[in-house]
Write a protein that binds this ligand. Structure first.
Ligand code: BTN
Length: 129
């Protein structure tokens, strides 16, 4: 089976977009995330992501994790963890689980500050040129 490459442009089932730049030799990577949904219903801004990918190992597909610091429109932070898969047709899929932490005003509200969910990303083809 083919190798999985995290770098490139991806879209999830909520129509959010993320672009991961080249993964460094040590596994670290950076990118940008544009969410299509927001807690407050406000317009999102492109937000920075930072992550790390495991060594793929023998024939295996790498696990990875990254954080998104929602920039300029929210105090929240999201941590994603997932794995890259390639099907027999060469199609790549990133399956992830996420924790979305929002800022609350007091310790008493801490219990309701974290949401959990799942996102599946597929590669968004960029027009040639
Ligand atoms: C906020 O609304 O305060 C920050 C944006 C949160 C977007 C969440 S993160 C998990 C899920 N996956 C997405 O692509 N968007 C939502």
């Amino acid at each position: 089976e083919r190798k999985c490459h995290l770098s490139g442009l991806w879209r999830n089932e909520q129509d959010s977009l993320m672009e991961i730049s080249a993964v460094r030799d040590d596994g670290d990577f950076q990118g940008k995330y544009l969410t299509q949904v927001t807690l407050a219903g406000v317009c999102a801004r492109v937000s920075p992501l930072k992550g790390a990918q495991q060594h793929p190992g023998e024939g295996g597909w790498p696990t990875f994790a990254f954080t998104v610091r929602w920039d300029k429109f929210s105090n929240a932070t999201t941590a994603f963890a997932g794995q890259c898969f390639v099907d027999t047709g060469g199609k790549e899929t990133l399956t992830t689980m996420w924790l979305l932490r929002e800022a609350v005003g007091s310790l008493e509200e801490d219990w309701k500050a974290t949401r959990v969910g799942r996102n599946v990303f597929t590669r968004k083809r960029t027009p040639k040129g």
